[in-house]
Write a protein that binds this ligand. Structure first.
Ligand code: KG4
Ligand code: ZN
Length: 327
């Protein structure tokens, strides 16, 4: 079975082709970061238009890199949601057209479930059931993963996602976009204990990160609206630490509560070096972190989850619509 995975939920046009099981034959990601940078965040209308421009060429590139003809593809997986509806519809429509033309099945998958599945592309992967933390630009949630069809949310953010908190913090400090990666780099030279940022909802498995924005705005106000470049590393290291601390604490607590010995950390923020360092130091639990290129949005994770679902006989009709929220 050869599976094509298509991902267009936000600002990456990504595709991958998987050969038997999890053998990645090709893996292409076209990032729109430069297009959105002048606006300081993703502009949905521009994202959709860019996906339309890129999706055909990316498909051809993916076929060439895999060294196969389109007719050799036996199934298609596409992100159905959650995400920007206009952006999702580009991938979904492309998948439907291709499935129709080739006479093969297609399946729409949940983007967050695909992030969880990304860890199975490595040889060292967990056994069901396990606990997963999905931590991205739009979502922060803890799942008990029983199998690829049964994933139960046991904690999630009540407001901003962790990636959103990092991106917004960087924006407030005038550091640019995308903020998560900028903060990660800058924080390496800083003291994470220099400033006290709030850790919200300590007694719950739910998260709340929106207070961090207020805290940084307030701190800036006290400093007269500006911070010296020399103060930035300590400031962002402390801000990042507040996000990372809460993610590690609640994930370990959830694993204990639900008696899970294996933990998966995935999604764009799982690329954060401080988060990886702190999770790698967790004792008593086996922690799985996907390689960096599989943390941020990609087609391989969609293809792999689709491959698992298609091999169990799943497929969707052409009426399938995109979902901005799921569940
Ligand atoms: O999973 P993803 O690529 O897209 C969504 O599904 O949202 O995650 C994007 C998020 C952004 O908030 C970005 O700032 C964050 O992941 N991110 C990072 C790092 N790389 C990406 N945050 C912290 N450290 C990083 N190294
Ligand atoms: Zn994502």
């Amino acid at each position: 079975m050869i599976t094509l995975g298509i991902e267009t939920s936000c600002d990456e046009t990504a595709m991958a082709i998987l050969g038997e099981g999890k053998c990645v034959l090709s893996h292409v990601v076209a990032s729109q970061v430069e297009v959105h940078r002048p606006y300081g965040g993703v502009v949905p209308e521009i994202a959709s238009r860019k996906h339309i421009e890129m999706i055909g060429p990316i498909f051809i590139q993916c076929l060439n890199e895999a060294g196969i003809a389109a007719e050799e593809i036996s199934g298609i997986a596409v992100t159905r949601g959650p995400g920007l509806v206009g952006a999702l519809l580009v991938g979904l429509s492309f998948a439907k057209a291709l499935a129709f033309a080739l006479g093969i099945p297609f399946v729409g998958v949940n983007h967050l479930h695909a992030h969880i599945a990304s860890v199975f592309l490595s040889d060292d992967h967990p056994q069901f059931p396990f606990l997963a933390l999905v931590v991205s630009g739009g979502h922060t949630a803890l799942y008990i993963v029983r199998n690829f069809e049964q994933m139960e949310i046991v904690g999630q953010t009540r407001d901003d996602a962790a990636g959103e908190a990092l991106d917004k913090g960087a924006k407030i400090l005038g550091l640019g976009y995308p903020g998560g990666i900028i903060i990660d780099k800058l924080a390496k030279g800083g003291n994470p204990d220099a400033y006290a940022f709030p850790r919200a909802m300590k007694d719950s498995l739910d998260f709340s990160f929106s207070g961090l924005k207020t805290a940084i705005v307030e701190l800036l106000r006290k400093k007269g609206g500006d911070v010296l470049p020399s103060e930035l590393p300590d400031l962002v290291a402390s801000y990042q630490e507040a996000v990372v601390d809460v993610l590690v604490d609640k994930t370990v607590r959830a694993a204990e509560l639900y008696q899970m010995s294996e933990i998966v950390i995935c999604g764009g923020v799982a690329a954060n070096s401080r988060l990886r360092e702190k999770f790698s130091a967790v004792k008593d639990k086996k922690v799985f972190l996907p390689p960096l290129e599989l943390c941020t949005d990609n087609g391989a994770m969609v293809a792999f989850l689709g491959f698992c679902l298609l091999s169990q006989g799943a497929s969707h009709p052409f009426e399938l619509n995109a979902l901005s929220r799921w569940p």
